[in-house]
Write a protein that binds this ligand. Structure first.
Ligand code: ZN
Length: 503
């Protein structure tokens, strides 16, 4: 078989794989939104069958042979070409899926399913001792998994590669350490600031029906076209792509909080716009989708934070918000509202953390995971280590484990190496945004008029269309001319909070 034939076969096969996999996505979306409770058992069977079929399709030995034929040909001669990138990433994915023995996968599934129940009980009772032996088992499982995958320097790299292809823990740590130091200082300045925004502005009664209308208006204005997607509600907001021209985003509204539902919708719209900007000609191939969670998160965070919490954006949206929420926003000025959107204070729970404190929650988890996997921190010492770092970084004492090391579901699911992608996303977002502002100097003027197209166009051309053609770190260098650094994020935050808090 010629390399061209092998490549064509791969294309057809991967497209069909993708059609089947996206069918499972649609079923999952339905399960999280409109499925009647009575359908749960049948849905679990449907999902189980689809999971088996998609796994079999991806790990089909033919796929391995087609990849090998392409690798031995001129198709990959230019490593920057789309063909070479597709083969590179298919090889990575194929190896990872075929290297884990079936028994190991089954045992891991059993272990994590049990561990999740135990974790839920432990969190409820706020008793780490209940979860401790299970965390030991999960660490062992992850070390074994890393051995199957293979790695050069440390276990963490092998695990993180599932979420952030090509990233190395030592490199991540370098960028994080600069960020951590300056963020701790910024948060201290905020804590001692001479003035604070009035957060109560956002914590008044906000009719959920009106919130729905307002969120639709906002995401539509930033470029999320309802001919190509839907905005619905769910318990844990997410975004899922069903295919070209069909992306579903979900948020959650609270009757006494305007910020949560709205910023959730903008965040998910950012993910959705990324998905909608994928190259339809590469459907099913790596260049047609994004497999770096950090890159994905950069798109959601930019719309949520750099855009969604900026004064320029609210110059346009605030008068509309005032018309819709007449009573709650009566007498509130644009300035007060903009400040309230940027309220910051340390808190225990990561998912409730604000822009200035969030990354400290993440870095603490990254450090602990890495230390546990290396054996530098024993599992029994996790609560103590957690609380000590929390005090150092955020300045408050953790009162109980449910507010500390037991708060996240990730470890009980076996997911280690996932957390850093959140902060990588914030870092990429800031670095890209600084570059956009350099290239489009009057961006704020556009925002003030409700014109978000210059930013969206830039993101489509520079990021969205490429899918996984370049690894996140390489794409960052290509687009901004520099390797990832903590500087743009910390500069953006220092400037913003200095002005709002008078620090
Ligand atoms: Zn996200």
């Amino acid at each position: 078989m010629t390399a061209k034939d092998a490549y064509d076969k791969l294309r057809t096969h991967m497209k069909e794989y993708w059609l089947l996999a996206s069918t499972a996505e649609l079923l999952e979306w339905d399960q999280e939104t409109y499925m009647p409770k009575g359908g749960a058992d049948n849905r679990a069977d449907q999902m189980g069958l689809l999971a088996r079929l998609t796994h079999e399709m991806f790990t089909d030995p033919n796929v391995g042979e087609w990849i090998a034929t392409c690798e031995a040909s001129d198709l990959v001669k230019d490593p920057e070409s789309k063909e070479a990138a597709n083969i590179r990433e298919l090889r990575r994915m194929y190896d990872r899926r075929t290297r884990l023995p079936k028994e190991f996968v089954e045992e891991s599934a059993k272990l994590t399913s049990k561990a999740q129940h135990i974790w839920a009980d432990a969190r409820k009772a706020s008793d780490f001792k209940l979860f401790e032996p299970w965390l030991v088992k999960i660490l062992d499982m992850n070390r074994k998994k890393a051995d199957y995958y293979g790695y050069e320097t440390e276990v963490y790299d092998a695990l993180m590669d599932d979420y952030e292809p090509g990233a190395k823990a030592a490199e991540v740590e370098k960028v994080f350490s600069g960020l951590r130091k300056e963020l701790v200082e910024l948060n201290k300045r905020i804590a001692n600031a001479p003035r604070r925004p009035d957060i109560s502005i956002l914590k008044r009664p906000y009719d959920v029906k009106k919130q729905r209308i307002f969120a639709e208006l906002v995401v539509n204005a930033i470029g999320f076209d309802f001919r190509d997607g839907r905005l619905d509600e769910t318990v844990h907001p997410f975004c899922t792509s069903i295919g070209p021209g069909d992306t579903r985003i979900l948020t959650r509204y609270y009757p006494e909080d305007l910020g949560e539902g709205l910023t959730g919708a903008m965040h998910e719209a950012g993910h959705g716009l990324y998905e909608l900007g994928a190259d339809p000609k590469e459907l099913g191939m790596p260049c047609g989708f994004a497999d770096s969670l950090g890159m994905h998160e950069s798109q959601s965070r930019m719309w949520e934070n750099q855009v969604g919490r900026s004064r320029a954006t609210w110059v346009y949206f605030f008068p509309q918000a005032q018309r819709i929420f007449r009573e709650s926003l009566e007498g509130v000025s644009l300035e007060q509202f903009y400040h309230a959107m940027n309220y910051s204070a340390p808190s225990y729970i990561r998912v409730e953390a604000d822009e200035a404190t969030y990354n400290l929650h993440i870095m603490l988890r990254f450090e602990l995971e890495r230390a546990m996997l290396r054996g530098d921190v024993q599992v029994a010492d996790v609560p103590g280590e957690w609380n000590k770092r929390f005090k150092d970084y955020l300045g408050i004492e953790v009162d109980k484990d449910s507010n500390g090391c037991l708060q996240d579901i990730h470890w009980s699911m076996g997911a280690m190496g996932y957390f850093p992608t959140y902060t990588l996303g914030n870092l990429y977002a800031a670095q890209f945004y600084a570059k956009v502002r350099e290239e489009i100097s009057d961006l704020d003027k556009h925002f003030e008029k409700g014109d978000f197209t210059p930013l969206l166009k830039w993101l489509r051309e520079n990021i969205h269309i490429h899918g996984a053609r370049w690894r996140a770190a390489d794409l960052c260098k290509r687009v901004t001319g520099k390797p990832l650094s903590h500087r743009p994020l910390i500069d953006y935050m220092n400037n913003k909070y200095a002005e709002i808090y008078g620090i």
